[in-house]
Design a protein around this ligand. Structure first.
Ligand code: FAD
Length: 815
């Protein structure tokens, strides 16, 4: 296949990078009918990271959506040869994952339940069967093994060439030996690229440039925080007992996978701490490059590999391979249109799963470009989760070695990063610490997740069950339900929207009515044209032409981008005031009595109703007080200048003690909001769910003549509700559910959990999850069925409810 040619002057879509990802995107764009596609590769196709990959195609992933993309890859690689005439080398010998302790076994079987949602066949096998399938293995210390019979292996180079051939056959240009030197953007929109051989105009540019992407994106101010790490495998000499067709063996506890390769064993490593390569930038001419051996780094892990496959210690090694791959701070790749620049898409940072992800990623990104939106929930990989500080080299240098190591570490619920912490601190951080806070990190903010009891060690002891903070967090929850809790919510993103068109712009973006009296706080969704929920937040009218948007810390980049794009053509000024405006939540039945001691403002129900905000003086500090709750209790959010925050915090903390005040953390908040039935964007609601499906129809202003998504929602309102978010109580006093667990009704799979958390009111775990039924999901359908959730190897009864288990309406009774 010849892949050179003259550069076009313009192209509809320009893909930078001819690795497996860029070629798959080009292939899928042409399949979608977008054939004016140009792939520019600075070297030769596959010369970056793709050529040396081990080629494992594993299907089970952390979420249902990512599993769908991986299973699609497997099917595509199987079929490509028929279409293109180019063999991919794909075969499906299966894979075995082994556990040498109970915790790892629980992780594996919990992960396997996801397979049921995606039609991936899995089988728990005994150790005799493990030895039969992989005779070289040592099994005496194993507690379990999971077999995935259809997991595959492919030849990365041949698969890439097949994708390129398919793309070319439908009209794509693939040009090798030309580097893009910089991207070109005008007024926030990409318009083309400067190459070594001149300018190319493009409507859309896709950065599929592997470990080069961070620096290339930076040429137009786009933040793609990824970093190359050295990545290692060895290949043995031919070994007795290695048979063609042996499954891949994964031993995450010993950081190693083993793959049969023409009578030899390839053993690849995910060592506990990775090794950064070239923080300052990747050379333009690093093509089919390899890096030197490093036995000091990999020796200890190799010893662990020998423990599992003793034959490795007795044979010669034919190859010690070291090649770089791009890793990201959270171990998940980036996909989608960048928040900073329109028309600039990213597909990079593949954390050693780029081969198995490539098919699905090409499909998903081509749909995204063609339709201007993703076709499935891709929030976990969306580039709009990135925060500005993550692009700093010092941050990447500290975090990336950990994120590589975590790929084979235990994926504990609530697991916290250990590296690159303290990026963003609340002005009351020292006070929280003095109060016993155990911090977690979200969007770089150190947030108190729970407050240790006096004398309790301030560290997480992880498990899949009740962790060591169970009692402490329970005490916080009880304080909020029965007395009052003080939350530091400084990390919540606050955005001021001001100007003559602020109302018009926000009212077009928001599904709820924003044209309210000054001092009213409105809970609303921002929907897309299909009615899907892009954001879930509050908008408060502070003055005629001044509004404050408050949203979750993790949603900041995404919501800001949606707002900025939605305000185009309107005369508005948008300012992120998060750092200037710390916020405290004072929540619980005693909140009114407590705050009334510190302010002259009448906090009574008539003078200060729910959903309103007022400028108040509280303990001598000017603040905006907003009557809101995410916990389902009477309460106020207090927004205060950063310089006044410590003083206000001290005053609240001091005055609150006689009222039973406790400092409360984010684990408590999560438990309380689940009891109260409040949704969490990214889990319970995404751009694939509408307010009607999510039970948020009450927050839609149906009589508003225009807002984005209105038509789709009106149409859906007339239809049968076949998909619906339901609350569940797990009828077992020990088991905790987290997300993506399958839900059955009378033994038929009807949905999966979106989030779960222990409830200290119900003394059981609560969950939310979407369920589907073509005959309609209503109370009668719920009443007539027997519901269960699959957790690992067990089915546990569920009690479903359309309403929340804790009724926030009770807050009104207490007023
Ligand atoms: C040792 C090892 C083992 C692995 N094993 C597996 C595995 O078993 N399974 C799996 O799924 N994944 C595996 N991976 C990961 C996989 O190889 C990568 O995730 C995947 O190849 C990434 O593909 P890509 O197209 O994003 O990047 P690349 O293959 O690096 O492609 C990017 C291309 O962009 C080009 N480029 C960059 N900048 C420019 C520019 N300015 N102008 C023009 N061109 C440019 C580069 O030359 C390069 O060819 C492994 C990786 C390593 C290192």
């Amino acid at each position: 296949m010849t892949t050179t040619g003259a550069l076009p002057e313009r192209t509809q879509v320009l893909v930078v990078g001819g690795g497996i990802i860029g070629c798959s995107i080009a292939y899928h764009l042409t399949r979608r009918g977008i054939t004016d596609v140009t792939v520019l590769e600075q070297g030769t196709l596959t010369c970056g990271t793709t050529w040396h990959a081990a080629g494992l195609v594993t299907q089970l992933k952390a979420t249902h959506s990512l599993t769908r993309l991986a299973t699609y890859s497997a099917r595509l690689f199987e079929e490509l040869e028929d279409e293109t005439g180019q063999a991919t080398g794909y075969r499906s010998p299966g894979s075995i994952s082994v556990a040498s302790d109970d915790e790892r076994w629980e992780e594996i079987v919990r992960g396997a339940t996801m397979a049921e949602l995606s039609d991936v066949e899995t089988e728990v096998i005994d150790l005799d069967r493990v030895r039969e399938l992989f005779p070289l293995i040592r099994t005496d210390d194993l507690v379990g093994a999971l077999y995935v019979p259809r997991d595959g292996q492919t030849s990365p180079v041949d698969t890439t060439i097949a994708l390129a051939k398919g793309a070319k056959a439908r009209g794509a240009r693939i040009i090798e030996g030309v580097a893009v030197e910089r991207l070109v953007a005008v007024h926030g929109r990409v318009v083309g690229v400067e190459t070594e051989q001149g300018h190319i105009e493009a409507e859309t540019v896709v950065l599929a440039s592997g470990m080069w992407t961070r620096h290339l994106a930076d040429t137009i101010g786009v933040n793609v925080p990824l970093q190359a790490c050295e990545h290692f495998y060895i290949v043995t000499e031919p070994l007795d007992g290695v048979e063609t067709g042996m499954p891949t063996l994964r031993d995450p506890g010993n950081h190693t996978y083993f793959k049969e390769e023409t009578g030899k064993i390839m053993a690849g490593f995910f060592e506990p701490r990775g090794k950064i390569w070239n923080l300052g930038g990747i050379p333009r001419d690093f093509s089919f490059g390899t890096l030197p051996e490093d036995w000091t780094h990999i020796g200890p892990v190799f010893e662990r590999a020998i423990h599992r496959v003793p034959a490795l210690g007795e044979c010669g090694l034919q190859l010690f391979f070291n090649g770089p791959e791009a890793f990201t701070p959270d171990g998940v790749y980036y996909l989608g249109e960048t928040p900073e620049v329109d028309g600039c898409f990213v597909a990079a940072g593949f954390n050693s799963v780029g081969i198995q992800s490539a098919g699905g990623v090409g499909w998903a990104l081509a749909d995204w470009i063609a339709d201007r939106h993703p076709s499935i929930d891709l929030s976990s990989v969306d580039i709009r989760r990135v925060m500005p500080f993550q692009g700093r080299p010092e941050f990447l240098a500290a975090r990336i070695p950990e994120s590589l190591g975590l790929l084979y570490a235990m994926h504990w619920p609530f697991r916290q990063y250990e590296s690159a912490r303290n990026q963003r601190l609340s002005p009351v951080h020292d006070r929280l610490e003095a109060g016993g806070a155990v911090f977690g990190e979200v969007a770089g903010w150190e947030r108190p997740n729970w407050f240790a009891a006096p004398g309790q060690e301030r560290v997480y002891q992880y498990s899949y069950g009740k962790q060591n903070w169970f009692e402490a967090s329970g005490a916080e929850c009880r304080a909020v339900r029965e007395a009052v809790g003080l939350f530091d919510q400084t990390s919540f993103v606050k955005i001021k929207v001001e100007g003559p068109d602020a109302l018009a712009a926000l009212n077009e973006i928001s599904a709820n009515q924003i044209d309210v009296t000054v001092g009213t706080a409105v809970y609303t969704q921002w929907c897309n044209e299909r009615g899907g929920i892009e954001a879930d937040l509050t908008v408060t009218r502070l003055a005629e032409q001044e509004f404050m948007v408050v949203t979750a810390a993790a949603a900041g980049t995404r919501d800001m981008a949606w707002l900025r794009r939605g305000c185009r053509g309107y005369e508005v000024a948008i300012t992120d005031v998060t750092d200037e405006l710390p916020m405290f939540g004072v929540m619980g039945p005693n909140s009114r009595a407590l705050l009334s001691e510190l302010t002259e403002t009448d906090l009574g129900n008539d003078a200060f109703p729910f959903g309103t905000a007022q400028h108040v003086s509280i303990a001598g500090f000017d603040a905006i007080a907003m009557r809101m709750t995410y916990e389902g209790e009477l309460g106020w959010e207090l927004y205060v200048a950063a310089s006044d925050a410590p003083g206000l915090f001290d005053a609240l903390n001091h005055a609150g003690r006689p009222h039973g005040l406790r400092l409360a953390g984010y684990h408590a908040m999560n438990s309380l909001r689940l009891e109260a039935g409040y949704r969490h964007w990214g889990h319970d609601i995404t751009d694939q769910d509408t307010p009607l499906e999510a039970g948020l129809g009450f927050a839609v202003a149906w009589d508003k003549p225009s807002f984005r998504g209105r038509q789709a929602l009106l149409t859906q309102r007339e239809q049968l509700r076949v998909k619906r978010l339901i609350q569940f109580r797990v009828e077992d006093t020990e088991t905790l559910v987290y997300h993506d667990e399958p839900i059955y009704r009378d033994d038929v799979l009807v949905g999966s959990t979106s989030s779960g958390m222990w409830s200290y009111t119900e003394h059981r775990c609560l969950a939310m999850g979407y369920v589907h039924d073509e005959s309609g999901v209503d109370q009668a359908w719920l009443d007539a069925g027997r519901f269960e959730v699959q957790v690992g190897l067990h089915r546990i009864p569920l009690t479903p409810s359309i309403r929340s288990f804790y009724d926030p309406g009770r807050t009104r009774v207490r007023m």
